[in-house]
Design a protein around this ligand. Sequence first.
Ligand SMILES: [Fe+2]
Ligand SMILES: [Fe+2]
Length: 335
Amino acid sequence: MHTQEQNNHVKILMVDDEENVLLSHHRTLRPHFQVYTAQGGRAALETLETGGPFAVVISDIKMPSMSGIDLLSIIREKYPDTIRMVLTGYADLDLAINAINRGDIFRFMTKPCDNKDLIATIHAGITQFNMIEATREYAIVKRLQKGLEGTLRAFTKLVEFRDPYTAGHMDRVAKIATGIAEHLKLERDQIEALRLASLVHDIGKIAVPAGILNKPGLLNDAEFTLIKAHPLVGAEIFKTLDTEWPISRIILEHHERIDGSGYPNGLTGSQLLLESKIISVSDVIDAITTHRPYRQSLGSRKAIEYLQENSGKLFDPTVTSTAIKMIENGLIPDS
Ligand SMILES: [Fe+2]
Ligand SMILES: [Fe+2]
């Protein structure tokens, strides 16, 4: 939010039919705002067209060729974010109601208006303008996020065609990881990045032959090397997304272990993102508790045992204990 001192770069427009009124306002307001003046409605619309965007427009009402109410209702249509105010010498109730209804105005002021009040009212208008702008930006970010989610889900679909297990698995890991992150009270933003990364964390498996992916029994060294490349491949696919959120970094680190025994880089606890520590635990829980083509689910008891055994060795102890509590409370059901 802008402070009052910062508002001296914010554009405001004063509209009146009398030049000397405009001059006097200009003098009063210039130290506080970037003040534009327009003598009459037509001039005002021109200034809005060429000099905008304006945070606030303050208009007189009785003007010869275009009334202030007509002007403000046009501004409401064309520049809905600009805050509209009236400053008039003729304050009767009908006029005020008309202005409020047609111009959707923020304040109705009468002349003579105390300079201090006028300045304070303009500051309030600017605050309102900034709020509207911030809400609009937030809506845009939300829309972009939705688009991103759609894109990531399309990738999941792509995998589903050749490996249904991996697709379902990523969805389940996203749910488990989000649950753990919420219990650990991560920021909303972090949780969202973790959820999106989880939805595609094994996408790199598209580079691994299907026969190897679902091979029952042990893999040979060459096969395992191929599997071990999937975090790198996945991270590479989503590298360009890491402007705001560490999506590709979480993908890259999802098989790392806090003692450095994981892959692909053998990073240790302090080098790993908390989100990566959460996804690695979630990944293992789902792998243990899910039916595979070559074996039944090992059950949540087994998952708890495995986490207990490896807490502080392979997995972060805080994440592990949170996950265990969630399994015990039935928050992570067997699938
Ligand atoms: Fe993986
Ligand atoms: Fe996985």
